[in-house]
Design a protein around this ligand. Sequence first.
Ligand code: URA
Length: 199
Amino acid sequence: MLHDGSLQTPNSNRQAWNRLVDVYSDCQECSLHKTRHTVVMGEGYAPSSILIIGEAPGHDEDWSGRPFQGRSGKLLRKFIAEAGITDRFITNVLACRPPDNRTPMDHEIQACLPRLMATIHIVEPRVILLVGKTAVHSLFYNSDMKTARRKARLLKYRCDGKSRAIPTTACYHPAYILRNPDEMDDFRLDLRFAVELLT
Ligand code: URA
């Protein structure tokens, strides 16, 4: 089953999005299709100022079809709103929930990468925010959080024959912040840094 996510768009990005949703509605590129309930494509604005990329759907996301719905999602959405980010799109490195929320495997990340790249292409973000170390590892190979937070690096990609480079930064995963509330202020600063990249 697929929840098409809600796309708020004033223009033809909608057609491209609907096509993408169609393509992935019954995706079987990796074995996660056997255990998932919903393909979680993402939701938000296209075009958008900031594209937020998390790790993978968890239980609540798998059942609702919407990214970042659980406790950590509530925290992320609260801080995004506080940082004044309104026109954003939220998705994940994986569109399907790994069993028991285990860490995504490399082959699953590779299998889902074309969907993520096509999402970036449609959302046309001015800035990308990678949420947590899986997103950082997946898009900036061999990088750790230390080298990715509060720095802007260019994420280069090709899609539909076009090349682009988008300023990209990172923050801790909100699940980590919930376990380490002392890092809350740093989390806030990371989000603020992402917003500053827009100016
Ligand atoms: N964690 C993520 O990384 N993504 C979600 O959508 C939910 C929890």
